[in-house]
Design a protein around this ligand. Structure first.
Ligand code: CMC
Length: 393
């Protein structure tokens, strides 16, 4: 291999030094800036976590108030952006809309384009965090044919999101505190996950000096795939297809069959070889939300729990250390909240924007940073001469 290391899928390549997120895959441990995800999910709001991820430290009361106020003041989209939504077919996948609209943000903010300036980066971060819920909710409203809802600054981040999703101009939306809290924790659990495929995409795109809004749009495109963020949508569709506990065995057998491309969605992870700590927290929230809504006997939740139990006792899954990941239960919670399946990955993107931006910023401020440029092992034709068209047979 000459002086290159051949490492398809980057199984053993560290692409950067990072001080943002730590994962111990063997233990099933996840830390943001050193803090365990369990403590952050329990004691902090998503806005606090966003501040922590970008700044490295938890905010003081005053810092939090200031950051929260700034986010609230930036949550409206430029009115001209409405046309981007209406330019799509109503049945377009909302992730396609997200790729387009977030990429288009790069054309709107000419006032803060000097990314060597920390304040310019701060304003861009606040704009992105503030506008993502508005963009996601607008993609949904356009899809269902309801008018766009303006954000409400009297509401916190998650409550405002639910208001923009489910409120209408005819009726004031009163967010249920249990659902608001669940939404906030879902955001926290998705905020960052070190060098996964979409984050590496954002870093690679940004390594050329490209606009961060455009780079995040590239990250959204990557997240969409069913092996990554699209797994939450694929997992719910799978549970619906299985339909009944009596058919779980059949699907487990299919997942084990080498000749069948079917995989158990929401199972397995490149780094976790133990229970994904986010999946544990998600299962707990799932319980709380279903209980609050009187849906304790939810068919899909029961099915998911049965599937998990059977898989975790099966030799194939035990041997390969395949455990539920964050996407396994997140769809069931979101469905109970009223979010349609096609929107799940958009919510993942909304939250992951914090991580994407933070990772991009860590890269461009790193003195060791270089344009990302992998090498290859060429296995194509050796040098040869073009045969004139008439003489080709
Ligand atoms: N069902 C059945 N078999 C599986 C599964 C699964 N879900 N996941 C992995 N395996 C098998 C796989 O076939 C392979 O077998 P063998 O060694 O015999 O070839 C072995 O386990 C190792 O898996 P891999 O595909 O080589 O591992 P990877 O690190 O390349 O892939 C993964 C990780 C997450 C892409 C994969 O586990 C998968 O496709 N899972 C289903 C999709 C999913 O839930 N994705 C969400 C990931 S977590 C959060 C996120 O990014 O959204």
């Amino acid at each position: 291999t000459g002086h290159f290391t051949y490492d398809p899928g980057f199984l053993s390549t560290a692409s950067c030094r990072s001080s943002i997120t730590y994962i111990d895959g063997e233990k099933g441990e996840l830390l943001y800036r050193g803090y365990p995800i369990e403590q952050l999910a329990e004691q902090c709001s998503f806005i606090e976590v966003a501040y922590l991820l970008r700044n490295g430290e938890l905010p003081t009361k005053t810092e939090l108030e200031d950051f929260d106020n700034r986010v609230r003041r930036h949550n409206m989209l430029h009115d001209q952006m409405n046309r981007f939504f209406t330019g799509f077919r109503r049945d377009a996948h909302p992730m396609a809309v997200m790729v387009g609209v977030v990429g288009a943000l790069s054309a709107f903010y000419h006032d803060v384009l000097d990314f060597s300036d920390a304040e310019h980066r701060t304003v861009s971060f606040i704009r992105l965090v503030a506008k993502m819920p508005t963009i996601v909710a607008m993609a949904y409203k356009y899809n269902v044919g309801q008018p766009f809802m303006y954000p409400r600054n009297d509401l916190g981040y998650a409550a405002n999101f639910l208001h923009m999703m489910f409120g209408t101009p005819c009726e004031k939306y009163e967010p249920n505190p249990v659902l608001v809290r669940a939404m906030d924790v879902i955001f926290t659990l998705h905020a960052d996950h070190e060098q996964n495929a979409s984050t590496s995409t954002v870093r690679l795109a940004g390594s050329s000096g490209a606009n961060p809004f455009a780079c995040i749009s590239a990250g959204i495109a990557c997240l969409w795939g069913p092996a990554h963020g699209g797994a939450n949508e694929a997992c719910l569709r799978m549970l619906e297809e299985i339909g009944d506990v009596s058919r779980v065995g059949e699907y487990i057998e299919r997942a084990k069959d080498k000749n069948d491309p079917f995989k158990l969605m929401g199972f397995g992870h490149r780094v976790y070889k133990n229970y994904d700590p986010r999946a544990k927290l998600m299962r707990q929230i799932c319980h709380e939300v279903l209980q609050e809504l009187g849906l304790e006997n939810d068919r899909l939740f029961k099915l998911a729990m049965a599937l998990e139990k059977i898989a975790l006792e099966d030799e194939y899954f035990v041997e390969k250390k395949l455990y539920p990941n964050v996407d396994f239960y997140s769809g069931i919670v979101q469905r109970a909240i009223g979010i349609p399946t096609s929107m799940f990955t958009c919510i993942f993107a909304l939250a992951r924007t914090v991580g994407w931006f933070t990772q991009w910023e860590e890269m461009i401020t790193d003195p060791e940073y270089k344009i990302g440029r992998p090498r290859q092992l060429y296995v194509g034709a050796p040098r040869r001469d073009v045969v004139p068209l008439d003489a080709r047979g």
